[in-house]
Design a protein around this ligand. Sequence first.
Ligand SMILES: CC(C)(COP(=O)(O)OP(=O)(O)OC[C@H]1O[C@@H](n2cnc3c(N)ncnc32)[C@H](O)[C@@H]1OP(=O)(O)O)[C@@H](O)C(=O)NCCC(=O)NCCS
Length: 162
Amino acid sequence: MENIKVERLLVNYKTLEKFKKFKEYGNQELSMLEDLQSNIVENDSESPFFGIYYGNALAARMSLYKVKAKYDKYFEPPQDYLELWKLEVLPDYRGNNYGKALVDFAKSYNLPIKTNPRINSHGFWEKMGFQKAKYEMERDFGQNPMIWAPEGISEKNIITEK
Ligand SMILES: CC(C)(COP(=O)(O)OP(=O)(O)OC[C@H]1O[C@@H](n2cnc3c(N)ncnc32)[C@H](O)[C@@H]1OP(=O)(O)O)[C@@H](O)C(=O)NCCC(=O)NCCS
């Protein structure tokens, strides 16, 4: 499909209503809703979500936010990186490169990216050039992060004690 446009989604009731169709609807969306209700955020303010519309339907979305270098435990040298979450293409729209378009959009920031893939999506992430981070118990407990980095940036070397 041509002309896939990735856009930043606005925080408003309309967007939040559309999010309900996504499987990974949870705390992040609910807290946005609460913040809207208590006027902590303005209707139509910018969210960490990006998406692809098909007509009026929100067909795909992801959450993307920057983690500061001082919190970086994944890359060498430590640097700002992007945490990519909740990438999801609604079932009717899969297989049209929407997933790829969202990942390419994230890559266009030219910062390393970390994600926690859902079960059965490893094949997709590998296709997108991501690789499994070396597992570090304390850091990755309960998760199996996958990472991607622009040229010249490598994964942090994990020293395992024997
Ligand atoms: C995984 C997911 C995001 C893929 O989105 P999509 O829009 O259907 O994928 P795309 O059309 O962009 O696919 C791009 C390429 O990846 C491949 N691909 C897609 N899903 C794949 C999978 N599960 N395993 C292996 N390869 C996969 C496609 O075949 C395509 O390859 P091609 O370029 O050689 O044709 C989508 O199926 C989805 O939302 N699944 C449920 C939620 C999920 O698992 N999210 C993962 C992130 S947490």
